[in-house]
Design a protein around this ligand. Structure first.
Ligand code: URP
Ligand code: ZN
Ligand code: ZN
Length: 470
């Protein structure tokens, strides 16, 4: 099965040039001007469009069981929506319950993900510690291609990882050549602030950001970074939302420490005024952690992305519909935390990033796919346009516009935090390993087409850190 993509401008993380692409059996077989279509090949005319590596969303939660409910986008609907927006791979999270075997949880998530329409990998969360966790991390990293482990420093009495487990796990990551990642919020402080606010009668969604102020994130980010410094491991901080956390990353990087930062499209664009909206459904629809921040944080995050202190863009795609969010109508601490975004990230980053001159087209590619592929052990199979790479390709119309709305999106959720924004920059075609799954508004995602991504441990960044440790 082959496809010739003719006449586009190929943009990768370094450069752009006019070229045709030949795709054979799901991989890129040739890149050159004036390629001939082999007999039987499908031909897609790229016209004036760009050809970019498919987006990689390194932070999603499909069908996550969380806060008494289950995220409404499953691995099929969520990855299909991603394809409609130009995202062709995800890295999702296996989150064992405390005391649950990591292998058991991993097997469960692998089963759920079999229906995915696009490729997927897993970070595995460390929610508790004993010798079995130590052993299972080894099995996951060495035999199953789990190259990163996640640590929730928040969600006390649920999935929070205390400092003892954090230190044990970071140490184990070093042994395995795996990358530790953290959700940086001080769970003790959040817990206390939540209790205080509810006791004061602040029970609506406006209490959510008050219970998770920027300092709570800054403290946890700095703590994780300093623990990583002492142990000598690189570190990846997910969903950086606050200037304080960004400053901790920038400071550490300035001191020579290898710390990576991820920013969500939502944190770049939405501010905390949404929580003061008197419509509960609207305000609760924005409840996620960390919360959206006052506007000056967004300026700092954009600058952090431009400066190279933040490396990846993600969505933390974790959908809950209005009836699910209503569980917290009388108590904001019970509103399931999470928002959608996988379908819109690429367009938003193009429109507000490239469109404003903050990012070049190649920088856009870097922060939407290449960096994630390199950091998480998927490069150059993913995140690159080169011979032999997976044909995860997107035809990108840089000037076409679309208006984002829950009434037209493909995500299985009744709310969109970007509702009504008209953005320029649209994925007109998405190929997942050569399969054309999105073509001019026609979603042809195939249930079960997605494959599990075994990722490489011990990549260049990990090796460099090992050298520094001596
Ligand atoms: O609110 C969020 N972000 N929900 C998903 C879980 C997490 O913290 O990443
Ligand atoms: Zn998180
Ligand atoms: Zn998350």
């Amino acid at each position: 099965m082959s496809t010739l993509i003719r006449g586009g401008t190929v943009v990768d993380a370094e450069t752009s040039c006019r070229a045709d692409l030949l795709v054979v059996d799901g991989r890129i077989a040739a890149i050159a001007e004036g390629l001939e279509a082999p007999s039987g090949a499908a031909v897609v005319d790229a016209g004036d469009r760009l050809v970019i590596p498919g987006g990689i969303d390194p932070h999603t939660h499909m069908q996550l069981p969380f806060m008494g409910t289950v995220a409404s986008d499953d691995f099929y609907t969520g990855t299909a929506a991603g394809l409609a927006g130009g995202t062709t791979s995800i890295v999702d999270f296996v989150i064992p319950n405390p005391q649950q075997s990591l292998m058991e949880a991993y097997t469960t998530w692998r089963g759920w993900a079999e229906k995915a329409a696009a490729d997927y990998g897993f970070h595995v969360a460390i929610t508790w510690w004993d010798e079995s966790v130590h052993a299972d991390m080894g099995t996951l990293a060495r035999e199953h291609g789990v190259a990163s482990f996640k640590h929730f420093m928040a969600y006390k009495n649920a999935i929070m990882c205390d400092d003892e487990a954090l230190v044990s796990s970071f140490t184990r990551c070093i042994e395995l050549g795996a990358l530790p990642t953290v959700h940086a919020e001080n769970g003790e402080l959040v817990f206390r602030l939540q209790k205080q606010l509810v006791a004061q009668g602040i029970t609506g969604p406006e209490g959510h950001p008050l219970s998770r102020p920027p300092a709570v994130e800054g403290e946890a980010a700095n703590r994780a970074i300093r623990i990583a410094e002492v142990l000598g491991t690189p570190l990846y901080v997910v969903h950086v939302s606050a200037e304080q956390a960004l400053e901790a990353i920038a400071r550490a990087r300035g001191e020579g420490q290898r710390v990576f930062g991820e920013v969500l499209a939502g944190h770049l664009l939405v501010d905390d005024s949404v929580y003061r909206n008197l419509d509960f459904t609207f305000a609760a629809g924005h409840v996620m952690s960390p919360p959206f921040r006052p506007r000056h944080h967004q300026d700092a995050l954009w600058a952090g992305l431009q400066a190279g202190h933040l490396h990846t863009t993600a969505t933390d795609h974790c959908c809950f519909c209005a009836p699910q969010k209503a569980a917290g109508r009388d108590n904001f601490t019970l509103i399931p935390n999470g928002c959608a975004g996988i379908e819109d990230r690429m367009s938003l980053l193009w429109h507000y990033g490239v469109g404003s001159g903050r990012l070049t087209p190649s920088e856009f590619v870097r922060v939407t796919s290449t960096n994630a592929a390199q950091i998480f052990g998927m490069y150059p199979r993913k995140g690159a346009i080169r011979i032999g790479a997976d044909a995860d390709l997107v035809l990108w119309d840089p000037v076409a516009t679309r208006t984002i709305s829950a009434s037209t999106h493909h995500q299985n959720v009744d709310f969109n935090i970007f509702e009504g924004r008209t953005v320029s920059g649209v994925a007109t075609h998405s190929f997942t390993r050569g399969l054309l799954a999105w073509a001019d508004g026609d979603l042809r995602a195939v249930r079960g087409h997605g494959q599990y991504l075994k990722r490489a441990t011990g990549g260049a960044y990990i090796e460099a850190s090992a050298k520094r440790r001596g």
